[in-house]
Design a protein around this ligand. Structure first.
Ligand SMILES: [Zn+2]
Length: 140
């Protein structure tokens, strides 16, 4: 049952990474809500195999590494951290694109899976916070 063992270890590792990442409110103080819509595709299948929507609030951990849907995939997944960080920096409200899983599976080639993603970000309308951010921006 080596595969199952790996999977459990992976799950533990993911849990740890999730806890190590800060809260959304700490990483992105201006953000009030993040919605990620993902359509999963597996290589060899034309139709989407899964559609998933994940929501993030300020009190949730800012962990945007989505698991690959293939259990045996090692070091795989879809990391949207860079995309979301970039969007927040530019104050973008929506964005989309696609990512391929770079993980390894013993009996399958890489690029075995990909997602189309659509991200919507809502920003806090707290006037105090916004004026503070503007102040910081004009200072730089
Ligand atoms: Zn994978």
């Amino acid at each position: 049952m080596a595969h199952k063992q790996n999977y459990l270890e992976k799950m533990e590792l993911n849990k740890q990474h999730r806890l190590e990442s800060g809260l959304v409110s700490e990483c992105f103080p201006a953000v009030s809500d993040i919605k990620i819509e993902m359509t999963y595709y597996m290589k060899g299948f034309k139709q989407a195999c899964m559609i998933r929507t994940v929501n993030f609030w300020p009190s949730r951990h800012a962990y945007f590494n989505m698991d690959c849907m293939i259990k045996d995939c090692i070091d795989g997944g879809f990391d949207l951290t860079a995309v979301i960080t970039h969007m927040v920096k530019k104050h973008e409200k929506s964005g989309k694109g696609e990512l391929s899983c770079k993980g390894k599976i013993s009996d399958r080639s890489s690029q075995h899976a990909r997602i189309d993603y659509k991200i919507s970000i809502k920003y806090s309308t707290d006037p105090q916070r916004i004026s503070k951010e503007k102040g910081e921006k004009s200072n730089s």
